[in-house]
Design a protein around this ligand. Structure first.
Ligand SMILES: [Zn+2]
Ligand SMILES: [Zn+2]
Length: 556
């Protein structure tokens, strides 16, 4: 279906196809199609899914690209948050297209590609901020926009006579210290030139007002540190380099020494120094040295604000961190939001901290954390600048996308198309229509493999976890007799099982198998099906459990 889109050579349609990030928060992956070529914008991951046991990292199923052999001529990464960049090293081997991004994201991506042995294989193009370049038939222009990470880019994509404005993640912060200030002048010019469609961030579409500037929180955090006699730890997202800089300023003003804790925190500090956003004068003490700093001079930024089991905060609280321990009188300020889905792990972390006599401060107001996504007033401002013919809300769950659509309609945008992953959308100059749906889904990282979360693999894993496993061995002699009573093992099915109960099942199966004797390989499938049913029934009746059953048929 997808390949026939371009058969009519005269048609000048363009296409938009979200494979991730529409109808969910995380794993953003968007495709634009034009003249039988495709451009990918962002390739992210998401974390945690309570329905999937034993996997923590997920990314979109890209079978639509692979099975339709789409001609992908490049990938542009808007910024370096994991929900936009984290899937590159997993999915690039299936796509093998050139990648384009700006220096800060490029530096972080390079490190990741080195770690995974991919750097020499990938054609990685570092492009300048606010630059213009072509990827196949797509003409791209990058526009500076604010966000909670350095170098967030919005991108204007020109496809023939159509202009599509892809906002990426954004907010408006007109007074950033090192991050991007939105280039409102250029955004207004783009709006005047006529934009067919705007693909826009919906994360905070149901939040009234403005998201607030980074600078606005400096005072709130400063007040929690100034005059406090004990040590202060600031839990935050490592990717927010501007906040790292804010804390560096506060350390100077409160005459404290600043330490950094957590691997991703150090990764960000190194990347920011090498691209020039942090200078040598910004000093961060290493983890092994900060225990020598006196309490009233101690300030540290650390990872693990979402209660991640291996994040710095949990490791310190569990006393598994090699250099740092919490003590009574420490203060921990969470300069971060609670990402939906992480409530349980964050609460369990906070309980551990409270037990240790630590003073925990969580953001209730906007004075110690601000969001990186646009509130309703910022969205309205963007509508007025870009004035698109059609708005397609993305980057959000169904409720965010619905709120975004309602807000846009109330504020002068007549055409709004609500979408979800897998919907192939045809863009004309002043209209957008869903024309079909393609395969979508979620792949989970399992060691070196990617496995669909809908596969029987995860269903079986869940069953094993909740009901345990029963293994049964049948040994047949060369004349097709059962050599001995079936051998049975119960693993995590019930806490205690008596020998007689196992024997009863064994004898029951011995009787049930009689019709198959003399046994030969031709009967194996039939026997397996028959036994599976019988065993299931027996175990449900006796133990009220439905474990995974492993039948081993052995011939000697
Ligand atoms: Zn982001
Ligand atoms: Zn995002």
């Amino acid at each position: 279906m997808i390949n026939s889109l371009f058969e009519d050579k005269k048609s000048d349609y363009a296409y938009f196809l979200p494979l991730g990030g529409s109808g969910e928060i995380g794993m953003n992956f968007n495709l634009y199609g034009y003249k039988n070529k495709w451009l990918i914008v962002d390739c992210g991951v998401s974390f945690k899914d309570s329905k999937v046991i034993g996997a923590d990292v997920f990314m979109p199923n890209i079978d639509a690209i692979i099975e339709n052999k789409l001609n992908v001529c490049g990938m542009f990464i808007t910024h370096a948050h994991e929900d936009h960049i984290g899937g590159v090293h997993h999915l690039w081997p299936y796509i093998k297209c050139p990648i384009y991004t700006t220096p800060f994201s490029g530096h972080l991506l390079q490190q990741r590609l080195i770690d995974y042995g991919l750097l020499d294989k990938v054609n990685l193009n570092i492009v300048k901020k606010e630059s213009k370049f072509d990827i196949g038939p797509f003409k791209l222009e990058l526009i500076n926009i604010s966000h909670s990470i350095l170098e967030a880019n919005s991108v204007l994509i020109t496809l023939g006579n159509k202009k599509v404005f892809h906002t990426g993640d954004w907010k408006i912060d007109n007074d950033p210290e090192i991050g991007n200030k939105p280039n409102s002048k250029r955004l207004k010019e783009i709006g005047k030139s006529g934009v067919s469609a705007m693909i826009c961030d919906s994360t905070n579409a149901n939040v009234k007002g403005f998201s607030g500037s980074e600078k606005s929180i400096e005072k709130g955090i400063y007040n929690l540190i100034k005059g406090y006699q004990g040590r202060v730890f600031i839990a935050m997202f490592a990717s927010n380099v501007e906040r790292i800089l804010t804390l560096s300023n506060i350390a100077r003003k409160t005459n404290r020494q600043l330490g950094a804790i957590g691997r991703s925190m150090w990764r960000m500090i190194k990347a920011s120094k090498s691209v020039g956003y942090l200078k040598e004068k910004h000093i961060f003490h290493e983890e092994r040295n900060i225990k020598n700093i006196s309490d009233d001079k101690f300030l540290a930024i650390c990872t693990g604000s979402q209660g991640e089991p291996l994040g710095a905060l949990n490791r310190i609280a569990d006393e598994t961190h090699p250099h740092i321990r919490f003590k009574k009188g420490d203060r921990i300020v969470f300069s971060s939001r609670m990402i939906p889905g992480n409530e349980v792990s964050i609460n369990s972390l906070i309980n551990k901290l409270v037990y240790k006599g630590v003073d925990v401060v969580f953001p209730k107001a906007k004075n110690i954390h601000v969001s990186g996504h646009p509130g309703q007033e910022e969205l309205k401002m963007m509508y007025s600048w870009i004035n698109p013919s059609v708005l397609i809300p993305v980057h959000g769950e169904a409720l965010h996308i619905k709120a975004h659509a309602e807000l846009a309609k109330k504020n002068g945008i007549d055409e709004v198309l609500k979408t979800k992953n897998g919907q192939l959308i045809r863009l004309s100059n002043d209209k957008a229509d869903i024309i079909t749906e393609v395969t979508t889904g979620k792949m989970a990282v399992n060691g070196d493999e990617l496995i669909s979360t809908d596969s029987s693999f995860f269903k079986e894993r869940k069953k094993m976890l909740f009901n345990g496993v029963v293994t049964i061995n049948f040994i047949f002699s060369d004349i097709g007799d059962l050599q001995e009573l079936p051998r049975i093992k119960f693993l995590s099915v019930v806490n205690s099982i008596e020998q007689e109960q196992l024997l009863a099942l064994s004898e029951y199966l011995n009787d049930e198998i009689r019709n198959f004797i003399p046994f030969n390989r031709a009967k194996e499938n039939q026997l397996r099906q028959y036994l599976n049913k019988k065993i299931k029934k027996f175990i449900i009746n006796k133990f009220d459990k439905s474990p995974s059953i492993i039948l081993d048929i052995i011939y000697i």
